[in-house]
Write a protein that binds this ligand. Structure first.
Ligand SMILES: [Zn+2]
Length: 184
C-alpha cells in the first residue's frame, strides 16, 4: 500500500492536487523518549499515511493503541540531562489525527526461533466509533501534568467568578440582614 501511495503521490506532484493524499490520509505521530529517572522527554515527529499497530497479544484496536502510549522500556540510554546511562520509555503518541485513518495491522511477525515469518490470526476487535483522544500527544502530556490544560484555566476562572458572585451575594444578604436588624 505504501508503494501505491508513493506512486500516486509522484503522479500528483506536478498537478494542483499535490497535497491531496496528505490532506485526506496524512497524520503525525510523536515518538517520545522519556527518561525514567529525571522525566526529560525527547520528541520526534513523524508523518504517516497509515497507523501501524501491533496485533500480537492484543485483542482490540484500543488495546493496541494503549500499548503504543505505554511504550517499551529501553535500558542503557544516554540521557543528556542525567548525563549517564539510564532506563527510558519509548512510546508513540498521535500528535495529528488524519481526516481518514488507515490502520495497518502487524499480523506478520518474525519468529527468531524458526527464522521464519509467522502470521497472527487471532481475533481483533474494532469499535464502531473510534476515539483517538486518549492516545493523543495533548491528552497524554496533560494527564502527566507536563503541559497546562487550557480548559482547566477556564474552569478556574469560572470557579473564581462563582466564588465572587457568592461573596457578593453574601455581602448583599448581610446588608439585607443588617437592614432587617436595624430597621429605620
Ligand atoms: Zn534523565
Amino acid at each position: 500500500m505504501n508503494l501505491a501511495f508513493d506512486r500516486i503521490e509522484n503522479l500528483l506532484r506536478s498537478t494542483t492536487r499535490k497535497y491531496l493524499l496528505q490532506s485526506v490520509f496524512g497524520g503525525q505521530t510523536c515518538s517520545q523518549f522519556v527518561c525514567l529517572e529525571c522525566g526529560k522527554v525527547k520528541n520526534r515527529i513523524e508523518d504517516f499515511y497509515n497507523l501501524s499497530l501491533t496485533v500480537k497479544d492484543t485483542k482490540s484496536l484500543y488495546d493496541s493503541l494503549q500499548k503504543q502510549i505505554e511504550g517499551e522500556t529501553i535500558n542503557d540510554y544516554e540521557c543528556d540531562q542525567c548525563k549517564k546511562k539510564v532506563d527510558i520509555s519509548r512510546r508513540n503518541l498521535i500528535s495529528l489525527a488524519p481526516n481518514v485513518l488507515i490502520v495497518h495491522l502487524q499480523r506478520i511477525t518474525f519468529n527468531f526461533e524458526t527464522f521464519r515469518n509467522d502470521k497472527i490470526n487471532t481475533f481483533f476487535e474494532f469499535p464502531h466509533q473510534l476515539d483517538l483522544k486518549p492516545y493523543s500527544f495533548y491528552e497524554v502530556m496533560k494527564r502527566e501534568g507536563r503541559i497546562k490544560d487550557k480548559s482547566e484555566d477556564d474552569e478556574e476562572e469560572t470557579k473564581a467568578e462563582v466564588k465572587d458572585s457568592i461573596q457578593r451575594k453574601t455581602e448583599e444578604e448581610k446588608k439585607d440582614a443588617e437592614e432587617e436588624v436595624w430597621p429605620e
